[in-house]
Design a protein around this ligand. Structure first.
Ligand SMILES: NC(=O)c1ccc[n+]([C@@H]2O[C@H](COP(=O)([O-])OP(=O)(O)OC[C@H]3O[C@@H](n4cnc5c(N)ncnc54)[C@H](OP(=O)(O)O)[C@@H]3O)[C@@H](O)[C@H]2O)c1
Length: 336
């Protein structure tokens, strides 16, 4: 029988080769830690599945650094404060932060953000009212400055960031072409308002993009890189703005995966710009982004899409779905 003080957590057992599988992770029992001064004990209720931690599951990872074997698997979560030795947090408060794939986390209070349960379902602090929504808002409104008349191509358009970016670009008056990875995503992206969708796995990708973009793309929000990047670059309109903010096509490549972003000649001949984007550079805009997203959600003008799997033990499979299973919306694990 498990002790009442046991904390189940996933540790990294071996570095995945390609798309992660269950055997790359191990579920272990450890005692629940006690918070020190300035720390908070959080009971995990929701875990966010994000692609970026995959880059750390590589001994040759450059940035962020490799996750050591045997270490707790990293991941953001939402939970309830159970004990606090920090000002500003009390038992019963909902919080969000880096909790890791575990049932209980002891974290510095400075790394936690308070979650208002009145603002919507608490888990939306991981998606539309959290990092994904804020990233999409900053991409559309700050980095690409999407405006009426734009034709916006959104990579991974049915995903957590992409699905919000599609809707915000539509609200800004743009025409949107969503890049999808299967029929479920295609239906979802069109329901979210995109004029058309193109499947990145299509054998006629170049022709599909040409048909969807007769005037070319004036904005390309690219989180994929590789083959898709090259194909969309061929369809840029003059003075297009390309914003590169991820390269998921290479996240499972291992050996310190690097982005594949090329086609500089296309930038020159279209007099286009390519900029890199990290949401962390836009902290000053987060309150404005959150306020805007909350209002849109409350007014029913923004749809929040989630795919939920149940139980901590489902985390490895939920994580793998990010890479090759036609996932829709924010991928979440309900731990409790
Ligand atoms: N720069 C920043 O500040 C920042 C912040 C947040 C997120 N990001 C990046 O944004 C991207 C999306 O993150 P997210 O959390 O919203 O994840 P997500 O989009 O919910 O899930 C990943 C998506 O990528 C698609 N995908 C996987 N492999 C692909 C490939 N080879 N080619 C094309 N599509 C592929 C998946 O669908 P299919 O497998 O079915 O195609 C899935 O829709 C990631 O690249 C992430 O690193 C960057």
């Amino acid at each position: 029988m498990r002790a009442m003080t046991a904390n189940r957590r996933f540790v990294l057992k071996r570095y995945p080769s390609g798309v992660p599988v269950a055997a790359d992770f191990e579920l272990v029992d450890v005692p629940i830690a006690t918070p020190a001064e300035g720390e908070v004990l959080v009971e995990t209720h929701w875990l966010s599945m994000d692609p970026l931690p995959r880059l750390r599951m590589d001994p040759n990872a450059k940035f962020p650094p490799p996750l050591p074997l045997g270490a707790l698997v990293v991941g953001r979560g939402v939970g309830l404060v159970r004990a606090s030795r920090a000002d500003g947090f009390a038992p019963g408060d909902w919080v969000a932060g880096e909790l890791g794939w575990q049932e209980h986390a002891v974290v510095p209070a400075t790394a936690l953000r308070r979650v208002d349960p009145g603002a919507g379902p608490v888990q939306s602090a991981l998606g539309v009212l959290g990092p994904s929504g804020i990233t999409a808002w900053c991409l559309v409104n700050v980095a690409a400055r999407v405006r009426e008349g734009d034709t916006v191509v959104v990579a991974a358009a049915a995903g957590s960031v992409g699905s919000v970016a599609v809707q915000l670009a539509k609200l800004a008056g743009a025409r949107v072409v969503g890049i999808v990875g299967g029929p479920r995503q295609a239906e979802f992206v069109r329901d979210a308002g995109a004029e058309s969708s193109v499947d990145h796995r299509s054998t006629s990708l170049a022709a599909d993009l040409a048909a969807a973009l007769p005037q070319g793309a004036s904005v390309f929000l690219d989180s994929v890189g590789g083959r898709l990047h090259e194909a969309v670059m061929e369809r840029l309109a003059e003075h297009a703005r390309v914003v590169a903010f991820g390269f998921i096509s290479a996240y499972n490549a291992g050996a310190g995966a690097q982005p594949e972003y090329g086609r500089i000649y296309e930038l020159i001949r279209r007099r286009a710009t390519l900029s890199g984007f990290l949401v962390g550079d836009h902290v000053a805009r987060f309150p404005e982004a959150l306020a805007a997203l909350s209002t849109l959600l409350r007014e029913g003008r923004l749809r929040n899409a989630e795919s939920v799997s149940d139980g901590l033990e489902s985390a490895p499979a939920a994580f793998a779905r990010l890479f090759d299973a036609d996932p829709v919306g924010k991928q979440l694990v309900r731990v409790r």
